[in-house]
Design a protein around this ligand. Structure first.
Ligand code: TXA
Ligand code: MG
Length: 348
């Protein structure tokens, strides 16, 4: 199969909608990351997504809608008041709500669960595509399973060349990390995957919110993942990565980098903009000035590490609140939770 990449203009959108209605899979931009979309109501089409990604069959997909009217047929019972309040506050936007699913959702989408994740993206291309198809679109991130999520059409092509007929190019994604996944029905509501809509923002609407423990640590032996995606290694660059936090992080990173270099490893540092001068002549790339900037460029940087043949990555931590929680969650997964604390005592 040849993969075409088309600038997301009107005629490309028509072609993408035609393909999706015909049961094919198309790469498309959202404000979070690029998605790999198919007709959410067509089990056979959805199976093609799993094949293209090499995704385990027990990891459910998010269903994307363009209008609140589209939600009723997809869920069991009426939309709960909490979900209505969240939709009002954050849709369209980077929030996925887990809700009881209706019989219309094929088992391929929900991977056998009795719930479905629903999100209304704000990206104009995603919106236009869903409207043109006239159907909800099931879409995971458009990376091969285990690779960093794509935040540009070129990343999608890197992973999906020859596997899907069309990729719509809508430029770089604004948020750069996947949506927040929220179990609205839990008491209190529980963030299963931190993302662009922060726990603080959700708490502002609903009151107390819990963040799943697995956000910042690996699953323990025997622990069941509330969100099946949490149990897989994710976002992983090929080089081994270590995340260093604490007051003496820069000093410690410089030391670790020098040691790796001396051992003949090709190493790279990822640092906040303000700390770049601390690293002198060492190979270092900037995460940007703050957590929001780091979110927007993190996956692109991880892919760049691979392209550059980097074997050892040392990354500064950001503060794990607001969008920083989502950044630390992805860094943890990319680093297989190899976190070092470099506090005043420099202990490990
Ligand atoms: O921003 C995003 O959410 C992007 C764009 C394309 O919308 N999509 C995305 O999909 O990140 P994916 O498949 O890469 O991640 C979906 C996550 C997985 O961790 C999955 O396990 C979880 O959401 N999930 C989906 N449906 C679920 C459900 N019914 N219950 C619990 N977790 C669910
Ligand atoms: Mg994904």
């Amino acid at each position: 199969m040849t993969t075409r990449v088309l600038k997301a203009d009107q005629s490309a959108l028509d072609e993408a909608a035609r393909l999706i209605r015909a049961g094919e899979v198309v790469g498309f931009p959202t404000e979070t990351v690029y998605g790999l979309g198919a007709n959410a109501l067509d089990g056979a089409a959805v199976r093609k997504i799993f094949e293209a990604k090499g995704r385990p069959g027990d990891n459910p997909l998010i269903v994307h809608i363009a209008d609140l009217d589209q939600i009723a047929p997809l869920i069991e019972g009426p939309l709960p008041p909490q979900a209505q309040a969240l939709a009002q506050a954050f849709w369209p936007g980077p929030l996925t709500m887990i809700l009881p699913k209706s019989g219309l959702i094929p088992p391929e989408v929900s991977a056998g669960l009795d719930t479905v994740g629903i999100r209304m993206p704000v990206h104009p291309v995603a919106q236009a595509l869903i409207r043109r198809c006239g159907r909800p679109i099931a879409a995971p991130s458009a990376n091969r399973s285990g690779r960093p999520s794509p935040t540009a059409a070129a990343h999608v092509l890197e992973d999906m060349d020859g596997r899907v007929p069309l990729i719509l190019d809508g430029g770089p994604c604004g948020v750069g990390l996947e949506s927040t996944v929220l179990d609205v029905g839990a008491q209190p509501p529980r963030v299963l995957r931190p993302g662009g809509v922060t726990p603080e923002m959700i708490a502002g609407v609903l009151g107390p919110v819990e963040v799943d423990g697995s956000a910042l640590r690996p699953l323990e032996a025997g622990e069941v993942a509330r969100s099946p995606g949490m149990k897989y290694r994710h976002y992983a660059p090929r080089g081994a990565m270590t995340v260093v936090r604490g007051a003496r992080a820069q000093e410690r990173i410089a030391q670790l980098y020098d040691r790796a270099q001396a051992a003949g490893q090709r190493a790279c540092i990822l640092a906040l903009e303000a700390h770049m001068p601390c690293y002198g002549q060492r190979r270092a790339l900037s995460l940007g000035p703050d957590a929001a900037a780091a979110a927007a460029r993190l996956f692109d940087l991880l892919r760049a590490m691979d392209q550059d043949g980097i074997e050892r990555i040392f990354c500064e931590a950001v503060e794990a609140r607001g969008l920083g929680l989502a950044v630390m969650n992805r860094l943890g997964r990319a680093a297989a939770f190899d976190f070092i604390d470099a506090g005043e005592e420099g202990a490990r």
